[in-house]
Ligand binder design. Structure first.
Ligand code: TYD
Length: 210
């Protein structure tokens, strides 16, 4: 398992099973012998986790403007890239990141920040460290809600309405349409094992065979 490309990001709406897939990828790819660094955004470093707390849980019922929120995501990302992602890639590790710049494009554009502005900030912060492969976990939000109800999972998914989840889905599918060489869309309603196998096939095709 060699080759220069090894920065993988996972994207998708809430409840699509990113954490389960990441655990599976970590297990299988580690068995192949590579160093696998699993991380998340916003977060991943001490400072970026502090920014995460500030961004996702602002004090005293205060709320960030959409642009301030986008800047906070990028502030966390700058530290994450500098202190964790780039050093890991430089020593030959594979980095698997739970959410990355596509989440900013999706969520913050839905919040009302112009996509051109988001892309301009992304270009400054991410620079050349673009993901080599982005796995997008996709499912119809109503099917996900039903699945979660059956499993008695009650969480943040249910606090937002279905139209919001639908907007998130469309935003990620748009990104995949625009960058088909980088993005692979996976059916999140498959069994966890099938999602993992589909992800491994995408990795083998995009990265190992590249
Ligand atoms: P998290 O609990 O990690 O959600 P999930 O399990 O769905 O990944 O919370 C991250 C939240 O932050 C999620 O709602 C998406 C949002 N987010 C943004 O709005 N912009 C971003 O750039 C990132 C990375 C996340």
């Amino acid at each position: 398992m060699t080759g220069p490309e090894r920065f993988i990001t996972l994207e998708g709406g809430e409840g699509t099973g990113k954490s389960t897939l990441i655990a599976g990828l970590q297990r299988v790819l580690s068995e192949r012998g590579a160093e696998i660094v699993v991380t998340r955004e916003p977060g991943g470093t001490v400072l970026a986790e502090a920014v995460r707390a500030l961004a996702l849980n602002p004090p005293d019922d205060e709320s960030w403007s959409p642009l301030a929120h986008a800047l906070l995501m990028n502030t966390a990302r700058e530290d994450h890239l500098k202190n964790l992602i780039r050093p890991a890639l430089a020593r030959g590790a594979w980095v698997i990141c739970d959410r990355f710049a596509d989440s900013t494009r999706a969520y913050q554009s839905i919040d009302g920040v112009a996509l051109e502005q988001l892309l301009a900030i992304e270009a400054i912060v991410v620079g050349e460290t673009r993901p080599d492969l982005t796995l997008i976990l996709d499912a119809a939000p109503d099917a996900l809600a039903e699945r979660r109800r059956q499993r008695n999972v009650s969480d943040v998914f249910e606090q937002k309405d279905l139209s919001f989840h639908e907007q998130v889905r469309v935003a990620f599918l748009d990104i995949a349409d625009n960058e088909p060489d980088r993005c692979v869309v996976l059916d999140a309603l498959q069994s966890p094992e099938d999602v993992l196998n589909a992800a491994l096939s995408a990795i083998d095709q995009h990265l190992v065979a590249a």
